[in-house]
Design a protein around this ligand. Sequence first.
Ligand code: DAH
Length: 344
Amino acid sequence: MIPIIAEIEQVKQSFIAALDSATTGKELDEIRNAFMSRQGEIARLMALLKTLSLEEKRQAGPVLHELRAYAEAALDKKYQQNEQAGLQALACREQSFDVTALRYHDKRGSLHIYSQIIEKLEDIFISMGYTVVEGPEVETEFYNFDALNIPKNHPARDAHDTFWLTIPSLLLRTHTSAVQIHTLEKREFPLAICAPGRVYRNEATDASHNFMFTQIEGLFIDKNVSMANLIATVQTFLQAVFEKKDLKVRARPSYFPFVEPGIEIDCSCPFCIAGCSICKKTKWIELMGAGLVHPNVLKSCGIDEQVYSGFAFGLGIDRLAMMKYGINDIRLFQSPKIGFLEQF
Ligand code: DAH
């Protein structure tokens, strides 16, 4: 057999293989280009044929023409099949198009963790018959200190590193206890309020201290209010907060100028039985300051301290949230870190 016939056969085989594996119109175009164009394989063989002897032309010519006819027909057929398949796929897509299938990636906002906890605490207070009140964050010295029995130069003021405004005797409130005074001034009894909100302390920040944090204050005033009323109320409140009916509380003597006697209240650790890292293996958690409202506070609001008495307590919401959710840095509450915020 003359060599060109073997070469024609080779080209045919590679054309068949290429056509078999082609699946797109673009691939078919490429095959047409590689084999059928002026620079293609068949044209190359035609040119080669012209250089051969008459006898060789007579033998190889029909084989090459046959290849060209075969290639053209096969390519045309494949183009048609391809077009058909495309139309079918389109029809199929149109037929089974599901208008509900497209879901936008929904990024939803949520209430800040502060708001969520405050709402829950408020609900508990409301269930106990308390009213939610708010006070201003910019306070006067009178509401934040004087009326709360913390006179100027009293050492208790040192514990409250205060942000003073440039306007004399105005400050950012250092505790929600200031709201007690606004409420007491109304002199409507019996009085039962809670006051959540932001407070400010001019101190260095670290993982457990921030210049701004949140507290919630409870205040109850009536006739003959006792320490027993305070402890029972706080226990009921904390049992609801931690959703634990057998939660216990204990009181330790303490000093806050606006209550007498003043106490600190701990609760049995709601997270363990035998001691854990949250209660530092003590089984108790320090939660709040409290006490019976000091007669001087009642007097400074024009209330007869011989007739009325009451109790107050205040606790930090940040610490509560940190314990509950295992948050290790108080500054995260004020940070814009979406990864932190979207957990709640
Ligand atoms: N105001 C106090 C503080 O910021 C907390 C506090 C202590 C509130 C005793 C009270 C109380 O109502 O009776 O540290």
